[in-house]
Design a protein around this ligand. Structure first.
Ligand SMILES: Cc1ncc(C[n+]2csc(CCOP(=O)(O)OP(=O)(O)O)c2C)c(N)n1
Ligand SMILES: [Mg+2]
Length: 655
């Protein structure tokens, strides 16, 4: 519905009033951005955004992404004003308090209309690339009748300055994601002051050079904003709209300066702003006529949803789309038959290879899986026969060539998972997980099923040396809450890790996989990895030792156990493919695997810090220094991770 500025200005001022009053009440928060972008947001939400407040999860809604997450009051105000059930005015009054869904930064798990969690600058925009990829992919698979929407992003100077922006913009330009429109809050201010303190970049030039459509507007002129958004929507390329704004617009003495970025305006300035804006209502009160205008602004979206519902009712593919959007796996995943084939023919292969074999089975059945790699496809073994390339000419493809963009890849995976309808997986070397670590953390925080294939998981990669040999990575990933970290020991454990990663729809998984071949250690189909740790070998002689090992070191533990048994010392081998799942088991199960009367020994080719929680004052075999460049056997010997070097240390502790 097109409204003139006489109607729009008070609507935008309602956002400004809520933002300044909520920040003041909380005595913390960021009024500058919502006040500065209120006019742009008002045009977007009343004239462009396709949404229905009564159905926040409608799959064909446009996605609104507040990449500048510190401006959270902008989205809270928009959701409330347009009539979403949440947040209520009570929630807004309690902005940033423990009993309010209006958290300091928007959290996807607290409010349905909040598509994603933002706050780490740059990642919202980078996740938006994933949203736009998901839309095109599902459109190619399900057609215009079911999938036909846009991704709108509000991003600040910080989002465009972060390094990840380069990765995201390059990927979006290459993939020609024309449904992606970024509205840049071009206010020339960041926390420290004027942007000229730290950047002289020609941002529009950079985006244009990356294949984007770029345009600018006066971010306080409603007609000019609408003109620019129309252009952006129509252009077949991804669009950047530089919206020239004044930070804190409406606060007469503070607007335009960096002090309005992240501090309450104070009672005097709020009074002055009320005067300046002609806003006479008490805090947290919106005049009925203004609220009515906001509420009716979603009519277009409501009608669009009604039309969509009719089309969906008549579309035979709608049920399959609904299943994928709900995140439910298909009845047949290919897992059982694949495990039977391994039992019939146990392979001696690297776990990166057995991951590929598992993926062949899963991707043939679970069609919502979309894979990729950050330019290490042949090393990560992530490409399967079922996954054709995802390109601008074939968005129905299921394999993304992300390029050397680990952080951009992980953020895009989060975006695809959050959009829904897709289970993304992507690979790089484990040692480069640091490059995308904050996006992995954001997968976990946002409860999304993104699956990370991190190969070359130890000194076992050999000659490439310490720059490429992860030492602290597996352990440091275990420190991230709500993340499953799998380090499987053979082909069957790898298949189980994949099955568990797919089954856990509310959390991400990491698969840490070897470069080197590993012998099979499992020959049965009981889903033992589901408990995180299990007894692989039971002591023959009276048990004195329990060996805990992961991945490639399970083989070493088995040799150690055999050697101890020869000396009359009983030793269990416990394989620990996933700490997090083990930690969720009951006390009796844990006590049975980790008996108090045995010497407990951990063996893992990585840092030892952390194993003490399972082994107490037992023995921890690992690597607490950087690796070295040499052939694998030399390295395992050099770092003391062989039965020959471990057994004497155990003997000195047990008699
Ligand atoms: C990765 C990251 N680094 C630093 C911060 C802290 N931070 C929050 S907002 C901000 C400045 C952002 O400037 P801009 O995007 O221009 O926002 P504006 O001040 O215009 O609202 C910074 C440095 C952050 N949230 N994320
Ligand atoms: Mg700024």
């Amino acid at each position: 519905m097109t409204r003139d500025s006489t109607a729009l200005a008070p609507m935008a001022n309602a956002i400004r009033a809520l933002a300044m009053d909520a920040v003041q009440a909380a005595n913390s928060g960021h009024p500058g951005m919502p006040m500065g972008m209120a006019d742009v947001a008002t045009v977007l939400w009343t004239q462009f955004l396709k949404h229905d407040p009564a159905a926040p999860n409608w799959s064909d809604r446009d996605r609104f992404i507040l990449s500048a997450g510190h401006g959270s009051m902008l989205i809270y105000a928009l959701l409330h004003l347009t009539g979403y059930e949440s947040p209520t005015m009570e929630d807004i009054r309690k902005f940033r308090q423990i009993d309010s869904v209006c958290a300091g930064h928007p959290e996807n798990f607290l409010i349905p209309g909040v598509e994603l969690t933002t706050g780490p600058l740059g990642q919202g925009l980078a996740m938006a690339v994933g949203f736009a990829m998901a839309e095109r992919h599902l459109n190619a698979q399900f057609g215009n009748d079911l999938v036909d929407h846009h991704t709108w992003v509000v991003a600040g100077d910080g989002c465009l300055m972060e390094g990840i922006n380069h990765e995201a913009v390059g990927l979006a330009g290459t993939l020609k994601l024309g449904r992606l429109n970024v509205l840049w809050d071009d206010n020339k201010i960041t926390i420290d002051g004027d942007t000229s303190l730290s950047t002289t970049e020609d941002i529009l030039g950079r985006y244009a050079a990356s294949g984007w459509h770029v345009t600018s507007c006066d971010g306080h002129d409603f007609a000019d904003i609408a003109r620019a958004l129309s252009e952006a929507k129509a252009d077949p390329r991804p669009s950047l709209v530089a919206c020239r704004t004044i930070i804190g617009k409406g606060a007469p003495n503070k607007q335009g300066g960096h002090n309005v970025h992240g501090a309450p305006l104070g009672a005097d300035e709020i009074a002055a702003a009320r005067e300046y804006l002609g806003w006479t209502s008490a805090p947290f009160e919106v005049p009925a006529d203004i609220l009515a205008n906001w509420r009716s602004s979603a009519e277009l979206g409501k009608n669009a949803r009604a039309e969509w519902e009719k089309r969906a009712a008549a579309n035979p593919q709608a049920a399959e789309l609904a299943r994928r959007m709900a995140g439910d796996l298909p009845a047949e995943t290919g897992f059982d038959a694949y495990v039977q084939s391994l039992i019939a023919n146990p392979p001696k292969v690297a776990t990166r290879k057995s991951s590929e074999m598992a993926l062949e089975a899963f991707t043939a059945n679970v069609l919502e899986m979309v894979g990729g790699s950050a330019d290490l496809t042949g090393s990560n073994n992530t490409k399967t026969k079922s996954t054709a390339p995802f390109t601008p000419d074939s968005y129905d493809g299921r394999y993304v060539y992300y390029g050397i963009r680990e952080f951009g890849m992980a953020a895009a995976m989060n975006g695809m998972a959050l959009h829904g309808g897709i289970i993304p997986y992507g690979g790089t070397f484990l040692v480069f997980s640091d490059y995308c670590r904050n996006a992995v953390r954001m997968s976990a925080l946002q409860h999304v099923r993104a699956i990370y294939v991190f190969t070359h998981d130890s000194i076992g990669l050999g000659e490439d040396g310490p720059t490429h040999q992860p030492v602290e990575h597996v352990m440091s990933l275990r420190m991230i809450p709500n993340l499953l970290v799998f380090r499987p020991a053979d082909a069957i454990e790898t298949a189980e890790a994949w099955a568990l990663a797919l089954a856990n729809k509310d959390r991400p998984s990491v698969l840490a996989l070897t470069r080197q071949n590993l012998p099979p250690v499992r020959f049965d189909s009981e889903m033992k990895s589901a408990k995180g740790a299990y007894r692989l070998v039971t002591a023959s002689a009276a048990r004195k030792v329990v060996l805990l090992a992961t991945g490639s070191e399970v083989e070493v533990a088995m040799k150690v156990a055999a050697s101890l048994e020869e000396k009359g010392l009983g030793a269990d081998v416990v394989s620990v493919p996933c700490w997090e799942l083990f930690d969720e088991q009951d006390a009796a199960y844990k006590a049975d695997l980790l008996p108090a009367d045995a010497l407990k020994v951990s063996i893992e080719a990585g840092v030892t810090l952390g194993w003490q929680k399972y082994i107490g004052d037992g023995l921890s075999i690992g690597i607490d220094t950087f690796g070295a460049s040499a052939p694998i056997d030399v390295l395992y010997d050099h770092f003391g991770i062989t039965a020959e070097k471990i057994v004497p240390q155990i003997l000195s502790r047990v008699s």
